[in-house]
Design a protein around this ligand. Structure first.
Ligand code: GCB
Length: 580
């Protein structure tokens, strides 16, 4: 890969293509559940590489080309990982190029295998260790694993990571979004060790009869053998054979069910030789019957709220207390369900939701008009979906996979998203599949060809905001003959916190409050509406919102962008959810 002639490389337009041959994907993602993780967070050297010279001129393959060199990894300023670079320095706020990171670490000799894991880096990441290229990853919100066993040394390992935050019409999401596309190594980076042959994936779930638990697992490095599956509190301790690297079992067990009021979790483990995966797992069922959503066979109205991953201090980098606050705010509102829009939020969010009894909708950024004609865009979207499912499929809180948001009903989009819906079903038959669809404006009805492939129909409508004619909403509901549950996945309007005025005056808290009152009055009487996730819990950053009230924020939050000050509409949603 290294060119002997660096000047030649500089003139080559195809400098990225050799890297694209080695990709980390859902297939290479290794489960880290219960593993001993060694953090590589902390201080890293960092520069913004506006002209992508690190890749063009192969900076990653050497420490220096000899003087006069244009790079100097060890002398670059230090930044904290995890963080989004956009919030580290004012001049990086809108930087969308290549960011180069480097740190060193020692690694005691071991007989096992060593892996690097990145929990989230946006958007494309190229990873090098000791001047060897390890591989790249596409997708800004899902984790990936790279094996480093053969490249690692005992002292002074040099880990170089180039993160490419370019917006691009062929990516997922594309170059136009209504949120801020933060970049950088903004989630945890760590190392872990496994034996020569190890457990790479496991999937544990309660079967619909509520009397059996199913297990599927995969082993790398050995094709035959057996593992021990145990759930001590349920008396499960069973040897399960595997062949061709795959094993599965169904065991009899009647767990206490995980529910929103009683989020019971069990200690579950799978041991194969020296290798052990373990986790706290809840058991529940979720299904649809006619227009009802049934949690543990009981109908549930999904009193929800939408939420971005955008925190006042860290942007897309969240802390445990940030996440805790979001779930607590949602619970105080009366919500039992959160729509984590529009991309996978951190893995820890679902873990916390498991503990706190919050149901989740998780989504991939198949947003607006992504390139539905392109097979490589499809592969990217599908890989993100598979990585998300692989990461969170043992989380009781996650009940819905969403394959996209607000996409026009064209033939290309239908075949693209139908494929995604089928993939979600085959990778995880135990959950519901949905997408946030649009109203058919010509027929004034909730109608979309994709609905055939969904279990739950998500619908975004902005009556009272983008379309001021509220009278259309009851007509739309009357015109829609649906035999599946609908969740109104978005509705709402903008209000700047502290901006007061009349109920007819847009951008005031009073206008937003009135809008919610009218929306609920219409939604509550519709039999197929089985949930809603108002847009949105907090105001969030977005470069496309630049009027005097917005100032770079979408102001539809029930709470201000400081995540503290509640607007008047908060109380309306609160009262509706608390049945006042
Ligand atoms: C939508 C989009 C969402 C936007 C929202 C808005 O329909 O799905 O991403 O932020 O509308 O505020 O316009």
């Amino acid at each position: 890969m290294q060119s002997a002639n660096f000047t030649a490389n500089i003139h080559e337009r195809g400098f990225r293509s050799p890297f694209e041959k080695v990709k980390a994907t859902s297939e290479t993602l290794v489960s880290t559940d219960g593993r001993n993780l060694r953090s590589l967070n902390g201080d890293w050297h960092f520069i913004e590489d506006w002209y992508e010279t690190a890749l063009r001129a192969s900076w990653c393959f050497e420490d220096s080309h000899g003087e006069p060199a244009d790079f100097d990894w060890d002398f670059w300023p230090v930044t904290k990982v995890p963080s989004v670079w956009n919030l580290t320095k004012p001049e990086l706020k809108y930087f969308e190029g290549l960011g180069c990171y480097m740190r060193t670490f020692d690694q005691p000799k071991t007989d096992g295998r060593l892996f690097l894991q990145f929990e989230g880096a946006s958007y494309r990441t190229y990873v090098f260790l000791n001047h060897h290229y390890l591989g790249m990853h596409d997708g800004g919100s899902t984790p990936f694993t790279l094996e480093i066993t053969d490249a690692v040394q005992e002292k002074e390992n040099r880990l170089m990571v180039c993160v490419d935050g370019r917006r691009d019409p062929e990516r997922v999401p594309m170059d136009n979004t209504d949120w801020f596309l933060y970049s950088g190594l903004y989630r945890d980076v760590f190392l872990f060790e496994t034996p020569k042959s190890y457990l790479s994936d496991w999937y544990v779930r309660l079967l619909p009869d509520k009397a059996h638990i199913a297990l599927d697992f995969s082993v790398e490095g050995s094709s035959e053998g057996s593992a021990v599956f145990s759930i001590p509190e349920l008396g499960v301790n069973q040897k399960v054979p595997f062949r061709e690297g795959k094993g599965n079992a169904v065991v009899e067990a009647r767990p206490e069910l995980w529910d929103i009021a009683t989020p019971r979790l069990y200690h579950v483990s799978l041991a194969y030789g020296e290798d052990v995966l373990s986790d706290q797992i809840g058991f529940r069922t979720i299904r649809v019957e006619g227009t009802k959503v049934l949690l543990n066979d009981k109908p549930i109205f999904l009193k929800g709220i939408s939420c971005h991953e955008d925190y006042p201090e860290g942007g897309k980098r969240s802390t445990e207390s940030d996440r805790l606050q979001s779930i607590k705010d949602a619970q105080e509102l009366g919500a039992v369900f959160m729509r984590l829009a529009h991309y996978p939020h951190s893995r820890e969010m679902a873990r916390l939701a498991d503990k706190m009894g919050m149901l989740l909708w998780e989504e991939i950024p198949v947003y607006w008009a992504i390139d539905f004609q392109s097979e490589s865009t499809y592969q990217d979207a599908e890989n993100q979906l598979k990585e998300l499912i692989r990461r969170d499929k043992n989380r009781a809180s996650v009940v819905i996979w969403s394959v996209g948001n607000e996409n026009e009903d064209t033939d290309a989009r239908l075949s693209f998203m139908r494929r995604l819906a089928k993939t979600a079903k085959s990778d995880d038959p135990s959950r519901l599949v949905s997408a946030a669809c649009l109203v058919n404006q010509r027929k004034l009805a909730i109608e979309d060809r994709l609905m055939t492939y969904l279990d739950v129909i998500g619908n975004n409508e902005y009556y009272g905001w983008y379309d001021p004619d509220f009278a259309k909403l009851p007509r739309i509901l009357a015109n829609s003959h649906l035999d599946k549950p609908v969740v109104i996945t978005e509705f709402g309007g903008g209000a700047r916190f502290g901006n007061h005025g009349g109920e007819e005056e847009m951008w005031t808290e009073e206008y937003q409050k009135r809008l919610y009152e009218k929306q609920f009055a219409m939604q509550r009487s519709c039999p197929f509406i089985q949930g809603c996730t108002p847009w949105i819990l907090y105001d969030f950053r977005t470069p496309r919102r630049m009027n005097r009230h917005q100032g770079g924020f979408n102001r539809k939050g029930l709470i201000d962008s400081d995540h503290k000050r509640k607007k008047l509409a908060w109380q309306v949603v609160h009262d509706f959810y608390h049945g006042v």
